[in-house]
Design a protein around this ligand. Structure first.
Ligand code: E4P
Length: 225
């Protein structure tokens, strides 16, 4: 499963990459707003601190298809052809995804709340489709199920498009999707760290260290022997 960081915070991104080779960084306008800085400067700095073959996803703000296309081309010009342009699945967005895919520009269809929006975006040529799992749960729908339904649709219709499930609140939502074979997720700093941090593992490590130190005074690790 592709695992990406949903953040534009340089410290968070650096921290996470220090421990694990994540596959990409996804941003949206609200995430960029949190950094309160020229978004191009912020994205440039992100691009500079992530490994070379790591994906960067950046969203357009225009609401009209032609403007979305211009904005996407501008972003690609600044950050390279390997950038994924996030386009919300509105009617104009679908049109833009189709135009961009014909121009060979990678798109990530975003703000997806129904399975059919995911299907239509894939059919329009999106490379990734992003259902908002937790936002769906908050609305009283089953976000995990919507993401699974899109995955099934894409597989059954042989689309060259992956679900990148987004908007998570907890590990359980990601576990459910991983078991189902969802190909990609993007999650915030805290949700990502909670995928592997476990207090009982830390306790086990401390117990092992305490036992080892009892073998011989001042001998804390194998290096001391
Ligand atoms: C991804 O495309 C979205 O920008 C993001 O995952 C939304 O997450 P949120 O619901 O935590 O804001």
């Amino acid at each position: 499963m592709i695992v990406m960081i949903d953040s534009a915070n340089l410290e968070e991104i650096k921290y996470l990459f220090n421990y694990f080779p994540y596959d990409g960084v996804t941003t949206n306008p609200s995430i960029l707003k949190k950094e309160n800085r020229n978004p191009f400067e912020q994205l440039k700095d992100i691009k500079n601190i992530i490994p070379k073959d790591t994906m960067l996803h950046c969203q357009v703000l225009s609401k009209n298809a032609d403007e979305m296309v211009k904005e996407a081309e501008y972003i690609v010009e600044k950050f390279g052809k390997d950038t994924y342009i996030k386009v919300p699945v509105t009617e104009e967005g679908l049109k833009a995804i189709n135009i961009l895919s014909k121009k060979g520009i990678n798109t990530t269809a975003t703000a997806i709340y129904t399975a059919m929006q995911g299907y239509m975006a894939a059919k329009a040529g999106a490379k990734f489709v992003a259902p908002y799992v937790n936002r769906l749960d908050n609305l009283g729908y089953d976000g995990v199920q919507v993401a699974k339904d899109i995955h099934t649709l894409l597989k059954n219709h042989n689309f060259n498009c992956k679900v990148v499930a987004a908007s998570f609140k907890n590990s359980q939502q990601i576990l459910e999707l991983g078991k189902f074979g969802i190909e990609a997720i993007t999650a915030s700093f805290d949700v990502l760290r909670n995928l592997y941090i476990h207090p009982v593992t830390d306790k086990a490590v401390n117990d092992f260290c305490n036992d080892f130190e009892k073998i011989e005074d001042n001998h804390k690790t194998m290096l001391d022997y």
